[in-house]
Design a protein around this ligand. Structure first.
Ligand SMILES: Nc1ncnc2c1ncn2[C@@H]1O[C@H](COP(=O)(O)OP(=O)(O)OP(=O)(O)O)[C@@H](O)[C@H]1O
Ligand SMILES: [Mg+2]
Length: 231
């Protein structure tokens, strides 16, 4: 089963949306659209009638949520289980709560997996405990996703790999193994973004699509735009 994001080109890249029972990762620099993807998924899941668990690490903008959810804001917020976290330990507690919760949940979103991890990397032990903690947390999320057969979506920030000079997702190897689908988001110009599928189990890797960030979320850009089909 796939939950659509609600942006035609992005959904087509992912073969219909984010997959149940698996982790999908969206990574990119600041303002590339990671949180917007999350809010579009909140909307999609809540409007399908299923509750959404959203682990927030950066203080999600309710104003942005209202722009994206528009007239459905109240209905969507009534389906939202929002966990605001301020540390890696707080993030762990939110995940522990989700392990125990008996209510139905349609998706779990972690935005972003690197906010608190980055802070703990500065620990005197060189960040080894941070890597262990994050790895444990992401595995716990994957287990919940598989047991409940729901999608797990995580976002991730990037760092510059000094050897290659390229921007890579933080916590590289941990994420690489746990996520079954990975989408890289890049800035191409004012408001214009590019999404590239860098890993998937059933869709071709390397395909990409352009889109524009708008007040309602994402719209298809330029020649690829199909009139009337997008918000
Ligand atoms: N109403 C709007 N209309 C057009 N663009 C908007 C609107 N609201 C936000 N944006 C754009 O969306 C981008 C931010 O998107 P988003 O918050 O999803 O990024 P992000 O990848 O989560 O960033 P960060 O890493 O800082 O959390 C910015 O470029 C901002 O200008
Ligand atoms: Mg964000």
């Amino acid at each position: 089963m796939k939950l659509p994001i609600g942006c035609e080109m992005l959904d087509s890249l992912l073969g219909g949306g984010v997959e149940s029972g698996a982790v999908t990762e969206f990574y990119g620099e600041a303002a590339t659209g990671k949180t917007t993807v999350c809010l579009l998924l909140v909307k999609s899941c809540a409007l399908s009638g299923m509750p959404v668990a959203f682990i927030d690490t950066e203080g999600v903008s309710l104003e942005r949520m209202e722009q994206i959810c528009a007239e459905d804001t109240e209905k969507i917020q009534s389906k939202l289980l929002l966990y605001g976290t301020y540390s890696l330990r707080g993030q762990e507690k939110a995940i522990e709560t989700l392990e125990r919760i008996e209510d139905e949940i349609g998706i779990i979103i972690l935005d972003s997996a690197s906010t608190h991890y980055r802070v703990e990397l500065a620990n005197p032990d060189g960040g080894k405990s941070a890597i262990r903690k994050l790895s444990k947390q992401l595995n716990a999320l994957l287990t919940i996703g598989r047991k409940r057969d729901i999608p797990i979506v995580i976002t991730n920030q990037v760092y510059t790999n000094i050897e290659t000079g390229s921007l890579e997702p933080i916590g590289g190897q941990i994420m690489m193994h746990i996520a079954k689908a990975i989408v890289k988001l890049e800035k191409m110009g004012p408001g214009v973004r590019k999404a590239t599928l860098t890993k998937h189990r059933s869709m071709p890797e390397g395909r990409s699509t352009l889109f524009t960030i708008t007040s309602r979320g994402f719209e298809v850009t330029g020649d690829e735009r199909t009139e009337g089909k997008n918000e």
